[in-house]
Ligand binder design. Structure first.
Ligand code: SAM
Length: 178
């Protein structure tokens, strides 16, 4: 009643989380929706602040459902924020890099896929020492691709090591949702 929720256009692509992230709220969205403040439903809120954005399940739902003017997302995980900032600044570059990684990977047999995965992971870990997380720079695009594509290279039934890129995946063919 009195809701200003935007009409859902089922033909349009809705942006949705592009990372697999521990504790993501994607499965709970319908339940969470009932707890949103009446002012949000009534279109009386202009600013949305999400201090623990994670994979952004709640963020994507809220910003595409209500007429907000301004959104602020934050997270303590600098690697995660780096990916969001690359999506904001250089999404085409990120998609191109992910496609490049995917193409290289798909050409390989299983043994070489493992080797490829380890190589990408090594590069990702080595880069960490020289990455400045505070100031955006174009070099971040590769890092965001290594991080967000990390599990794409991971072959099925591949034992996950503690040092593997944590918590993120963009499924092959899923890049258009970014
Ligand atoms: C479960 S996830 C959030 C889920 C998300 N809101 C969603 O919509 O799916 C929790 C996030 O909180 C972040 N976090 C934990 N402690 C934090 C802190 N003190 N400040 C900022 N972020 C924090 C973690 O890095 C993690 O990404």
């Amino acid at each position: 009643m009195g809701s200003k929720k935007l009409p859902v256009d089922n033909t349009a692509k809705q942006a949705r989380p592009f990372l697999k992230w521990a504790g993501g709220k994607r499965q709970l969205l319908e339940q969470l929706d009932t707890y949103f403040p009446d002012e949000l439903r009534a279109g009386q809120l202009e600013r949305y602040v999400e201090p623990f954005v994670g994979s952004g399940a709640v963020f994507f739902r809220v910003v595409q459902s209500y007429p907000l003017q301004e959104c602020l997302i934050a997270d303590i995980n600098a690697e995660l924020i780096l990916v969001y900032r690359v999506v904001k600044q250089d999404v085409e570059g990120l998609i191109a890099k992910l496609r490049e990684i995917e193409d290289q990977y798909l050409l390989l047999d299983e043994a070489n896929r493992r080797e490829f995965y380890y190589r990408v992971r090594r590069r990702y870990n080595e880069q960490r020492r020289i990455t400045q997380f505070n100031t955006y720079e174009p070099g971040w695009t590769d890092r965001a691709a290594y991080m967000s594509g990390g599990q794409v290279q991971e072959p099925k039934n591949f034992e996950r090591r503690k040092s593997a890129p944590r918590g993120a995946a963009i499924e092959p063919g899923d890049h258009s949702v970014l």
